[in-house]
Write a protein of this length. Structure first.
Length: 297
């Protein structure tokens, strides 16, 4: 049977990069930790570290062991939290990372089911670019990432992509521009001043292909990482901009922008990405269940 004390020492050394540093942090003799690591390697039948200069590097088996050890101890911490705060005795923290390319209104619609679940959920939400969010997901600092693309296989993170549905895209503009470009849509967009998401957004490539298929060459006057900033420029009359069709009322009320027309067969796709594990956070389960029921399409 696996000895979790030995696994804990292994984790300490893997994070610290050396037995001496791990011993100092743990206030133990280096010989004690070294002996525990050797016993674990004997039990597993393989070496977990190789020495490179003054540092210890993980072997292939060591990297695999580290990924499981991280998850084992994270589940242990969750168990302790669940025991200390049983159902009805406290809020269940749901730590969410939202990719900065996901419109905030869409993020709210996707996450709202978690707040309405049977569990008392307290949402902790932060926004960033995908790469740092994936890194925090791998370290179990957040429970799920809301993104416009699935977790790439080359990321090295073992995770699960929960599809949350599609949001058809439409084009919007302030009334004077909307009236000008509505007639003859979509060909009317040829040469139109266009505000568009940057290359960091998956929808950018989809829109570019759609423009090409319809032989449309808009005049791109602005590219934006932040969808809210793009809409703010649209509100000021700087150009036409794309946004989910389901947000038409919000575009009119908040930005004074009218729908010009829908981009046929163009949709933004959203995912909830979680670490692959047997225990799924109730917050992830709630938003996945709502997506399957068709609440977000």
């Amino acid at each position: 049977m696996l000895n979790y004390k030995q696994l804990h020492y292994f984790l300490r050394v893997a994070k610290a990069g050396s037995i001496a540093r791990a011993a100092e942090q743990s206030r133990l003799a280096p010989q004690t930790i070294s002996a525990q690591i050797r016993t674990l390697e004997d039990a597993l039948g393989t070496e977990l570290f190789r020495r490179t200069g003054r540092r210890l590097e993980l072997t292939t088996a060591g990297r695999l062991t580290l990924s499981y050890a991280d998850e084992i101890f994270q589940i242990g911490r969750e168990l302790e939290e669940a025991i200390r705060n049983p159902a009805g005795g406290g809020d269940l923290l749901f730590r969410v990372g939202v990719a900065d390319v996901v419109p905030k209104s869409i993020a709210y619609r996707l996450l709202a089911p978690a707040l309405g679940s049977a569990d008392r959920v307290r949402l902790i939400c932060r926004e960033d670019k995908l790469e740092p969010l994936f890194a925090e997901l791998a370290l179990h600092k957040i429970d799920v990432v809301i993104a416009d693309r699935p977790l790439p296989s080359e990321s090295g993170v073992k995770g699960y992509n929960h599809s949350l549905g599609r949001a058809p895209i439409a084009f919007y503009a302030v009334p004077v521009l909307a009236a000008r470009y509505r007639e003859g849509f979509p060909r009317s967009l040829d040469g139109a001043p266009m505000l568009i998401p940057s290359d960091s957004a998956t929808i950018r490539g989809t829109l570019t292909r759609w423009f090409t298929e319809h032989q449309i060459e808009p005049s791109i006057v602005g590219e934006f990482d932040d969808p809210a900033l793009m809409k703010a420029f649209g509100k000021g009359g700087a150009g036409v901009f794309p946004a989910p069709a389901i947000l038409a009322d919000e575009m009119l009320q908040q930005y004074g922008a009218e729908m010009i027309g829908r981009a046929e067969n163009v949709s933004a796709v959203y995912y909830a990405i979680s670490i692959e594990r047997k225990l799924i956070h109730p917050g992830v389960a709630a938003i996945s269940k709502a997506a399957k029921a068709g609440h977000h399409s």
